[in-house]
Design a protein. Structure first.
Length: 274
């Protein structure tokens, strides 16, 4: 913001000096005087410039037009807002773009519930056995991007991915928040999980879910997974200050903070089914 303000002042000063060329020499003399004797000459120059502007309203109007018209043209013809700091969901990998434009990928078969009850998984993510792994509760666009990540992680690097949590109810989010900031910093409806736009993933090897950050193989997988996820237009939690290596989300404006409608699972789906 300071940079934008400085640029605006520079353009404004340049426009005024173009309209009032007689002030150029005075400005130069004022700055030389400021260096030699302090800011008094600059103050005198400012008063003179103000008087000159008041005495020449037509020139002042012309200077304002030079500033305002280009700004209005930019605002009128712009696409996304310049000061919108939300993540841009751009796909940067051609193969990923082709996959997203092609046929719809299908979620993998569900893993046995028992693989989420091992000591390793419980130590890292206690209670995860009760989390939802129902793909049908996730947003359709997010699901396809996530399935592309699954596909490329296995084809390119030999890592089989496992969904450990997808949709998360506001009630579950609130309970996790109450456990402290080391678990989550998001209140209910302030996580993309409540809107089917986030998922937590791990790896599946030799019949076990591998989630430990102490495993070098898993850590290498998280890095590759984060790279592919970002190429697919997702936000990866591994870059956050409070790292969440398995987390990805598809950000959308106007979603967080809004009460999420409870999705209705298709008939026959179990609460934790994929």
């Amino acid at each position: 913001m300071y940079g934008v303000l400085a640029a605006f002042l520079a353009v404004a000063g340049g426009a005024l000096l173009c309209v009032f060329p007689g002030q150029r020499a005075r400005l130069a003399a004022a700055w030389r005087g400021a260096v030699m004797t302090g800011a008094a000459p600059v103050s005198r120059f400012s008063r003179r410039l103000g008087g000159a502007l008041a005495a020449h309203p037509a020139q002042l109007a012309g200077a304002l037009l030079l500033l305002v018209v280009p700004t209005l043209l930019v605002l009128g013809l712009r696409g996304p807002a310049i000061f919108d700091f939300g993540d841009e969901q751009r796909v940067t990998d051609r193969q990923i773009a082709v996959l997203l434009e092609g046929e719809q990928l299908v979620p993998p078969p569900p893993l046995p519930p028992a693989v989420f009850t091992t000591r390793e998984v419980e130590q890292v993510r206690p209670g995860i056995v009760n989390a939802s792994r129902n793909w049908r509760l996730l947003d359709a666009e997010f699901t396809q991007r996530l399935l592309v990540v699954f596909k490329l992680m296995e084809e390119r690097h030999g890592y089989r991915m496992a969904l450990i949590e997808g949709y998360r109810s506001p009630e579950r989010q609130a309970r996790l928040f109450e456990q402290g900031s080391h678990v989550t910093q998001a209140r209910a409806n302030m996580s993309y999980h409540q809107h089917g736009l986030a998922a937590d993933l791990a790896f599946f090897r030799d019949g076990k879910v591998v989630i430990s950050e102490r495993d070098p193989w898993a850590m290498r997988g998280y890095q590759l997974y984060g790279e592919i996820a970002e190429q697919a237009g997702l936000t990866w939690g591994g870059r956050w200050k409070m790292r969440d290596l398995g987390h990805v989300e598809l950000r959308r404006k106007g979603v967080l903070g809004r009460a999420a409608a409870t999705p209705e699972p298709p008939a026959g789906d179990a609460p934790g089914a994929d």
